[in-house]
Design a protein around this ligand. Structure first.
Ligand SMILES: NC(=O)c1ccc[n+]([C@@H]2O[C@H](COP(=O)([O-])OP(=O)(O)OC[C@H]3O[C@@H](n4cnc5c(N)ncnc54)[C@H](OP(=O)(O)O)[C@@H]3O)[C@@H](O)[C@H]2O)c1
Length: 398
């Protein structure tokens, strides 16, 4: 049997490490031929020792130099150029993009243009350039296989279903760490509070995005691109148990859902093994009689304004989703760095979206320029806020 050769972007992260588990559990099916990582050189070292990949990309030059000395047989590259080189490498079957943020976009576009299959965890990529990626994938025959659990659920449910028979999609949302707080109660929440997700263990950025509900907003836009369904037919419901991963309503009223444990290895493995469902080794127990009851509530778009805004930017199209995403990436990091408050995240995103103006259909080039301008603007606003707070503190101390 020929093994599926895998390139993994973001191998040292939450999705990346779980993908390595899946690859290691099926040595007869999968082989890691290359990977990229950010700063975690110790983890990268372990991965090279365990999987003997041919090519590795580090975000920083110092890591590249260190690893080149330790592993002279491995082809090493660095930075964004290195990610493109990795995407262009010959002899792989699927690129699993588990990098966080829109830095994952250029290698995805490169791989799609070469007709390579993509297992996509990096939702930011589709939010920024969904139309381009899906159009290129249709042109080259590249398959875009979703890894996000909600989209993987919809994708599984849609196997064998004609798109013209679909009435609507329903994405489930756990509600994140602050689902039981009112908007007013968010004034002084901390990073530690925000990172305590009730159901999933994930990287810091997506966990914080779940608390602001930006994550669900990004997922709505991602679903629009992946499945070609209009925004008005994509619904979000609050589902505390995260057992139903998402649902599809067909034109005859039948509702098809995919259920399972909160274990990201399931959607990762399916994206890699598609169209097969392989045995899941060390499966997370899943027993509906233990869970007992499932609850579904309407989403309150006033309580969760970032979800409301995501629908608006999605419908506006052009550079708006990229602006929403770029503002969020900067604001999310600024909150993690202790520079702004939790509620300032949504204030900065809202301001960036409302200040953005465009008059024509946007090319990818224009969208990326809007993305870059937004990053600069929002970074400046973060600095201004930091200065204002320092001045206010000095006044108080006087
Ligand atoms: N975690 C989940 O359960 C989950 C579920 C659904 C979707 N997703 C999506 O999957 C993506 C990854 O999420 P995550 O939670 O796995 O994030 P994470 O734990 O923060 O991992 C991010 C990965 O990206 C790498 N990275 C960051 N900047 C890089 C750069 N410039 N060049 C190369 N690698 C870089 C990091 O490397 P270092 O750690 O070495 O710095 C790390 O390997 C996100 O788009 C997220 O929305 C995640």
């Amino acid at each position: 049997m020929t093994k599926k050769k895998i390139i993994l972007l973001g191998a040292t992260g939450s999705v990346g490490v779980q993908a390595l588990d899946v690859i290691a559990a099926h040595p007869e099916q999968f082989e890691l031929v290359g990977f990229a990582f950010g700063k975690n050189i110790e983890k990268a070292r372990e991965i090279i020792q365990a999987f003997s990949p041919k090519i590795v990309v580090a975000a920083q030059e110092s890591s590249q130099v260190t690893l080149a000395k330790a592993f002279p047989d491995v082809e090493l590259h660095v930075g964004n150029e290195g990610l493109i080189t990795l995407a262009r490498t010959e002899g792989y079957d699927i690129l699993l993009n588990a990098i966080v943020g829109s830095v994952g976009l250029p290698p995805t576009i490169e791989a799609v243009q070469l007709g390579r299959d993509i297992a996509l965890a990096n939702k930011e990529t589709l939010v920024v350039a969904g139309y381009t990626i899906m159009a290129e994938a249709a042109r080259t025959g590249s398959k875009i296989l979703p890894v996000d659990s909600e989209h993987a659920a919809i994708f599984q449910v849609l196997q064998g279903v004609a798109k013209s028979d679909v009435r609507s999609l329903t994405i489930t949302a756990s509600g994140g760490s602050f689902r039981d707080k009112t908007h007013e109660e968010l004034v002084d929440v901390t990073l530690e509070d925000a990172l305590a997700h009730p159901n999933w263990t994930m990287g810091a950025k997506i966990t914080l995005d779940s608390a602001t509900m930006v994550n669900k907003g990004l997922e709505v836009i991602e679903a629009h691109h992946l499945f070609g369904i209009p925004y008005d037919d994509i619904h979000v419901v609050l589902h505390r148990e995260s057992v139903v991963h998402s649902m599809v309503t067909l034109k005859d009223g039948a509702v098809l859902a995919q259920l399972g444990a909160t274990d990201m290895r399931e959607p990762i493995q399916y994206a890699l093994s598609y169209p097969r469902h392989l045995t899941m080794h060390h499966e997370t127990p899943f027993d509906l009689t233990e869970i007992g009851a499932l609850h579904f509530e309407k989403m309150d778009l006033v309580r969760f304004p970032m979800l409301d805004l995501a629908y608006r930017v999605g419908k506006l199209g052009g550079g708006y989703p990229a602006v929403y995403n770029a503002a969020n990436e900067i604001a999310n990091q600024a909150f993690q760095d202790g520079k702004i408050t939790f509620l300032e995240i949504e204030q900065l995103i809202t301001r960036a979206v409302f200040e953005h103006m465009e008059f024509d259909g946007q090319t990818l080039h224009q969208i990326l320029a809007s993305d870059e301008r937004t990053r600069q603007k929002v970074s400046q606003w973060v600095e201004d806020l930091t200065q204002e707070k320092k001045i206010a503190l000095t006044e108080v101390r006087k």
